[in-house]
Design a binder for this molecule. Structure first.
Ligand code: NAI
Ligand code: MG
Length: 495
């Protein structure tokens, strides 16, 4: 005891609480030098290519295909063949077996996928490991469960697959968005041509390996990489029966115009500018955690990010004070370090967009706060940012920034909170923090948002439908609702 006491007295107090590096090993994943497109179960050499990089170091990771119209045509052809030659006729329980297999393989190989996701996209490993991968596997498990129960899901309506689905996904949750798209499409008996985002193709390409391991019949899932031109070729292709798109409102609108009158089905999941509303009776420390998770999770590259914080006037000062203090503890840096909270910005282009919107906030008169933090020299980085003194008319309160930037505004009454929250062209998500259950329900009924979180934020579950109002798009992904876009019904009602 005496010994122990002595040691304690002499133990030097740590000067600060910095963390030792805790890097995840890159060796768990093998990246090929060069990838083609995955068409009809085979790798097809690319005629045009580009290099995909790591946004945290700008180091090239692999050469990938810039898919051409001919590549898209071959992939759609393979998907049509697979649809006609067996897949659409398989029993639901047979299709489910493949989906269960894919889910299990994703779980088994999750470490490999998590490292690759963080390398190619810049998100912290603790997020790809604890959020993206478990959720991607959960989506396959969940939709595997529906595959043989479609008749029960839609009683008396005789559900049938739609055909070939063209799926275009963004770079913020590359593998998870793939799972959101591919799992329900296959569960319903469709085949797929998927185009990953140009900055993050690698986990989708590794996924082709999983498809082979699961012995999914050739052509059921085809993957063509490339930029918006490849996406446009997929949208235009006559052999595609349905387009599912997640990305910017601008491109979503263009796709909708393009498809008008063609009879092709369309679902759009677009941008957002979510309100996160904190009432004076809420648990403030818990709310601060939710605010941080709402806007700094995945560097704010989240369509449903809580980018507009509305604080009830009586608690405005203490809450902002707590929030700023919490920001000083966020660790920004190497995505592969297990202690990192905020990783790299996904691309030079996105960094440019964030920087210019933040500059507009300063120019328009908002007050900026950024905690002291040293950003790495190489790569694309942006410090967590809070704006106070924000007017609703400022661009930072109106436009989607898609970065780690929060605008704080105040309100006095619940009515005022609702009015301000709904004052946006978007309507994807919202958050309410209060101790009163009745107020949660009152708010949820009035807010024009597809998802309303109460005393939490950015919570996802495959059983829960997700999607927007207004310029955030239409159609739902997840849950029972997420099956409908991939089915036609013999009763004549499309959905
Ligand atoms: P984007 O909408 O251009 O890209 C999303 C996907 O669409 C990518 O796979 C891209 O290759 C493809 N694409 C681009 N042009 C296309 C076209 N004409 N036809 C078919 N596919 C096309 O989004 P971008 O440029 O990467 O980001 C711009 C802004 O969009 C971001 O700053 C953010 O505000 C928003 N965004 C929203 C997302 C969401 O989850 N709702 C995801 C990504 C971006
Ligand atoms: Mg774009």
């Amino acid at each position: 005891m005496a010994e122990l006491d002595r040691t304690k007295r002499h133990a030097p107090a740590p000067k600060d609480w910095t963390y030792a590096p805790a890097p995840e090993s890159r060796d768990v994943v093998r990246i090929a030098e060069r990838y083609g497109n995955f068409v009809g179960g085979e790798w097809v050499e690319a005629s045009e290519t580009y290099a995909t990089i790591s946004p945290s170091s700008e180091e090239p990771l692999a050469t990938v295909a810039q898919g051409t119209e001919a590549d898209v045509d071959a992939a759609v052809g393979a998907a049509r063949d697979a649809f006609a030659n067996g897949w659409s006729e398989l029993s639901g329980s047979e299709r489910a077996k493949y989906l269960f297999r894919i889910a299990r393989i994703l779980q088994e190989r999750s470490r490999e996928f998590a490292v690759l996701e963080s390398l190619n996209g810049g998100k912290p490993i603790k997020e790809s490991r604890d959020v993206d991968l478990p959720l991607a596997a959960a989506h396959f498990f969940y939709y595997a469960g529906w595959a043989d129960k479609l008749e029960y899901a839609f009683p008396n309506r005789r559900p049938r697959p739609v055909g070939v689905a063209g799926q275009i996904i963004p770079w913020n949750f590359p593998l998870l968005m793939l799972a959101w798209k591919v799992a329900p499409a296959l569960a319903c008996g469709n085949t797929v041509v998927l185009k990953p985002a140009e900055t993050t193709p690698l986990t989708a390409l590794l996924f082709c390996d999983v498809l082979r391991q699961a012995e999914l019949p050739a052509g059921v899932v085809n993957i063509v990489t490339g930029d918006g031109r490849t996406g446009a070729a997929l949208v235009e292709h006559d052999g595609v029966d349905k387009i599912a798109f997640t990305g910017s409102t601008e491109v979503g609108k263009a796709i909708q115009r393009r498809l008008a009158g063609t009879g092709k089905r369309l679902t759009l999941e677009l941008g957002g500018k979510a309100a996160n509303i904190v009432f004076d009776d809420s648990a403030l420390d818990q709310a601060v955690e939710g605010i941080v998770n709402g806007i700094y999770f995945n560097q704010g590259h989240v369509c449903c990010a809580g980018s507009r914080l509305f604080v009830q006037e009586s608690i405005y000062e203490p809450l902002v004070e707590k929030l700023k203090r919490r920001l000083t503890t966020l660790r920004v840096g190497d995505p592969l370090d297990k202690n990192t909270d905020v990783g790299a910005i996904n691309s030079a282009m996105q960094l440019e967009k964030i920087s210019s919107l933040v500059q507009s906030g300063v120019d328009e008169g908002a007050e900026i706060y950024q905690p002291p933090c040293r950003l790495p020299e190489k790569g694309y980085w942006f410090a967590p940012t809070v704006f106070t003194n924000v007017a609703q008319s400022y661009r930072i309160a109106q436009e989607e920034i898609f970065g780690p930037v929060l605008s704080v505004l105040a309100f006095r009454t619940p009515d005022e909170a609702v009015e301000k929250a709904n004052n946006t062209p978007y309507g994807l998500s919202a958050g309410v923090w209060t101790e009163k259950g009745s107020r949660i329900l009152w708010m949820a009924q009035r807010m024009r948002a597809g998802v309303v979180w109460a005393n939490t934020f950015n919570r996802f579950d495959p059983t829960s439908p997700f999607g927007g109002y207004k310029e955030s798009g239409f159609g739902r992904e997840g849950g029972l609702h997420g099956l409908e876009p991939y089915l036609r019904f013999d009763d004549g009602n499309e959905s």
